[in-house]
Write a protein that binds this ligand. Structure first.
Ligand SMILES: [Zn+2]
Ligand SMILES: [Zn+2]
Length: 112
């Protein structure tokens, strides 16, 4: 599988509100849960973001469940019951918030 991006370890730190991913390369990425929720890639969230703009601020960012989808993605279920968003690891990896990966700021997670 060319270009395959896989985590070796995923930890949800609920108290700090972050997801920590250690990639197979050994690099660690930290993602704020609120950021993940705000970038949910499902069709209805994309539509909402297009029409409502900053309405994402009122979304539930409490993470109740995270499950692997095959070995290419992770799916989250949020406190408001929303669980349709599937986040491919390759997209997450490209958006590692650390200054080494993205010194000029984060690229958009998805083309909306
Ligand atoms: Zn969604
Ligand atoms: Zn990084």
């Amino acid at each position: 599988m060319p270009g395959e991006v896989r985590p070796q370890e995923i930890t949800i730190e609920r108290r700090e509100g972050v997801m920590r991913v250690v990639w197979l390369t050994g690099h660690t990425s930290l993602y704020a849960l609120g950021w993940l929720r705000a970038h949910c890639p499902c069709a209805s969230c994309r539509e909402e973001r297009r029409s409502a703009g900053l309405a994402e601020l009122s979304l539930s960012t409490e993470l109740v469940d995270a499950e692997l989808v095959g070995n290419y993605a992770i799916r989250f279920t949020w406190g408001d019951g929303h669980g349709a968003g599937i986040f491919p690891f390759a997209a997450l990896r490209a958006c590692c918030p650390c200054p080494t990966c993205n010194p000029d700021g984060l690229p958009p997670l998805w083309v909306e």
